[in-house]
Design a protein around this ligand. Structure first.
Ligand code: ZN
Ligand code: ZN
Length: 346
């Protein structure tokens, strides 16, 4: 099969012909029909993820058709249209059996712990626990865009952030994660403030539900601006970018008993950012992480998509071919364009 391969961290990936994957006893092989481009792939390529062994095939936001399944798989057979969360739970450890597959102790991550979906085929382990059937009307590009950023935002806003109608929600960073979070929080009935450095992304954020925007490049004190708009601070705030400044601001702009959820990855030099711990104590603030979403929670999100409350298809950006993927991956370190880029031609 054709695949995007990198031999060394930080060196240009190339298109290579490699062996077709075979299914693990509890796994399947999926013919990839669409795979999203994500900043996490860029982090992996840069060498920020110590789980990656070289040579490596990136890609973890995928949708496709099952072509083969292992002898132990009971729920899935060839021909079914599926997607999968990026953190695939083993189904057996304490976290999995308590319903928290997203933090499984032995998680399988395509594009990180194993070869990913920037290829014609990808092998996914623990299929019975983790595969999600696609609604007939959902196209593969939309389904692929759910896999990492949209589901992560759904869990961050709904399950971890516990957003309720009428609350003020602030989203720092309007890339794929941020725009997803704005759409989801707004559908949950919250008043959403979008923050970014570009007016173009902020205009788009307004179109999908933000009631106010702040251009951080033109605003000397972002925290003060949030407190003014919200009359005292946000109930829930999210760092969707993953940067010491946005993380700090997202905590500092909370009102008393506010909740911060960190979704943007903090790796390399950014792994240990400053936290306004004085405020965390005095205001009883909550700080939570959010890491993917369990396959069984997809159903709630899929129902909101089916009824038109959520429209992830609006967030699908550029569609490219596998041949264009290496250049697009290397460019992810800079600022992204609007929406989620998806490889749809293999
Ligand atoms: Zn597990
Ligand atoms: Zn991702």
């Amino acid at each position: 099969m054709k695949a995007v391969v990198f031999e060394k961290f930080g060196e240009a990936p190339t298109i290579q012909t490699v062996a077709d994957p075979t299914p693990a006893p509890e796994g399947v092989v999926i013919k990839v029909e669409a795979t999203g481009l994500c900043r996490s792939d860029w982090h992996g390529w840069m060498g920020h993820d110590d789980g990656i062994r070289l040579p490596h095939v990136p890609g973890h936001e995928l949708a496709g058709v099952v072509v083969a399944s292992g002898s132990g798989v009971t729920r899935w057979k060839a021909g079914e249209r599926v997607t999968v969360p990026f953190a695939v739970g083993c189904g057996r450890c304490f976290e999995c059996t308590s319903g928290n597959h997203q933090v499984c102790e032995h998680q399988f991550q395509p594009g990180f712990s194993a070869w990913g979906s920037f290829a014609e085929y990808v092998a996914i382990d623990h299929a019975d626990t983790n595969l999600v059937r696609l609604p007939d009307e959902m196209e593969f590009a939309t389904a692929a865009s759910l896999g990492c950023r949209f589901v992560t935002s759904f869990r961050a806003i709904v399950d971890q952030g516990r957003v309720t109608p009428g609350e003020w929600v602030v989203v720092h960073g309007c890339g794929g994660v941020g725009l997803s979070a704005i759409m989801i929080a707004s559908a949950m009935g919250a008043n959403v403030i979008a923050i970014d450095l570009t007016d173009e992304k902020l205009d788009f954020a307004s179109k999908i539900g933000a009631v106010a925007t702040i251009n951080a490049a033109k605003t000397p004190n972002v925290v003060k601006a949030v407190k003014q708009i919200t009359n005292g601070g946000a109930h829930m705030s999210m760092d969707a970018l993953g940067h010491p400044t946005t993380s700090f601001n997202s905590i500092a702009n909370l009102r008393r008993r506010g909740r911060h959820v960190q979704v943007g990855l903090m790796l390399g030099d950014h792994a240990r950012p400053q936290i306004p711990m004085d405020k965390v104590i005095a205001f009883e603030l909550e700080i939570r992480g959010s890491h993917g979403m369990q396959a069984y929670r997809y159903q709630a999100m899929m129902e909101m998509i089916r009824t038109g409350k959520l429209k992830p298809e609006l967030l699908v950006g550029k569609r490219i071919s596998l041949e264009e993927a290496p250049a697009a991956l290397m460019a992810m370190g800079g600022f992204e364009g609007i929406g989620i880029g998806v490889v749809t031609k293999f």
